[in-house]
Design a protein around this ligand. Structure first.
Ligand code: NAD
Ligand code: TYD
Length: 357
């Protein structure tokens, strides 16, 4: 048996590949375009492992996807591939429309063509799992109930709007063509291999480099945080037992304001790698111009995952963030390698303007 995933060289996808092969011998075909966010170094431990087949390709390339599906005959597709960074979507939404909307549409077309020609038993067992985000639901006020699966879609950024559009396409392919789909909407992940443009890894990397820790606006925006390996176990569970056509909200029951996240990272670094000058890392915090249209609060009600599928996160934020900080301290080479010219260009373009603002 084989599954095919897309975007498996990115943050969540590479954690998923490693976890999958740690628990199963089922081959995993990994189609990834290797954008700035894709990194085969994440999967270096699998270099000689025949259970991992890497394919360099774009989900929007129908001919390539058709031939990969015909060749590998997967029993399931898990779609991680996306442009995923809100700030980049504000600066340049085009890539988000192309991959997240047009790319998902093309992938659905390839999946539909492949699935419709399977024999009856294989067809009934086939699954298309689409990995999405809580950001499609928009922003909550303090005191509002957390997002359930029936919360209306109110995306506010080009990123969340493009993910919302892809969710709708996936839904439509189930209702119109009967494609056996599942959709997951997860909160903010953190953990190993997280690209240091996102809040938690950026704070760790900047703190260690003696650079400012840029907190947007008042730092009181709230996110729910889930350790990435808990997200991976949730996806495996939905793939195994999710009801066709349904959506599942995945979260960590761990809402925190951004400033508290940054202070937690600073406190852990004070303990694990104190500054040489004896000062605290929190002295590096710098409040900068806010993100345009910044969503104030996300919160996930993950009770359906627990009641219907018996899934709960295993890590608390305390255990997960400690493992994450330790991982970055132990993997400085990985950090150095991803800090290419393109990465430095993004930092100076984005934060240069924010500090000047
Ligand atoms: P990421 O940006 O780290 O990785 C995305 C991967 O997709 C990269 O390897 C990239 O090369 C690949 N990719 C991009 N465009 C592609 C294309 N056209 N064809 C093939 N591959 C392509 O993202 P991530 O954080 O790992 O997120 C993975 C998925 O999970 C995304 O769909 C994202 O919307 C969703 N998600 C992320 C979070 C989070 O906190 N990171 C939370 C909920 C949902
Ligand atoms: P991010 O990691 O980009 O994820 P998302 O926007 O998908 O939630 O940002 C998490 C939160 O941290 C978000 O409210 C924006 C904020 N943030 C900062 O305050 N400073 C930063 O430098 C970054 C990248 C994010």
């Amino acid at each position: 048996m084989t599954i095919l995933i897309t975007g498996g060289a990115g943050f969540i996808g590479s954690n998923f590949v490693l976890d999958w092969l740690a628990q199963s011998d089922e081959t995993i075909v990994n189609v990834d375009k290797l954008t700035y966010a894709g990194n085969l170094q994440n999967l270096a431990s699998l270099n000689a492992d025949p259970r991992h087949v890497f394919v360099h390709g774009d989900i929007g390339d129908g001919a390539m996807m058709d031939s990969m599906l015909a060749l590998h005959k997967p029993r399931a597709i898990v779609n991680f591939a996306a442009e995923s960074h809100v700030d980049r979507s504000i600066r340049g939404p085009g890539d988000f429309i192309q991959t997240n909307i047009v790319g998902t549409f093309n992938l659905l077309e390839s999946a539909r063509a492949y699935w419709s020609h399977l024999d009856a038993d294989t067809k009934a067992a086939f699954r298309f799992l689409h990995v999405s985000t809580d950001e499609v639901y928009g922003s909550l006020a303090c005191g509002d109930a957390a997002f359930t699966e029936t919360h209306r879609y109110e995306p506010n950024s080009p990123y969340s709007a493009s993910k919302a559009a892809s969710d709708h396409l996936v839904r439509a392919y189930h209702h119109t063509y009967g494609l056996p789909v599942l959709t997951t909407n997860c909160s903010n992940n953190y953990g190993p291999f997280h690209f240091p443009e996102k809040l938690i890894p950026l704070m760790i990397v900047n703190a260690l480099a003696g650079k400012p820790l840029p907190v947007y606006g008042d730092g009181q925006q709230i996110r729910d945080w889930l350790y990435v390996k808990d997200h991976c176990s949730a996806i495996r569970r939905v793939l195994e037992a999710g009801r066709l056509g349904e959506t599942y909200n995945i979260g960590g029951w761990n809402e925190m304001p951004n400033l508290d996240i940054v202070l937690t990272v600073c406190t852990l670094l004070d303990e694990l790698r104190p500054r040489k000058d004896g000062k605290l890392y929190s002295e590096q915090i710098s409040f900068v111009a806010d993100r345009p249209g910044h969503d104030r609060r996300y919160a996930i009600d993950a009770r359906k995952m627990e009641h219907a599928l018996g899934w709960k996160p295993t890590e608390s934020f305390d255990t997960g963030i400690r493992m994450t900080v330790l991982w970055y301290l132990d993997n400085q080479d990985w950090v150095t390698n991803v800090q290419s010219g393109a990465y430095r260009e993004w930092l100076s373009q984005h934060y240069g303007e924010k500090v000047d603002a």
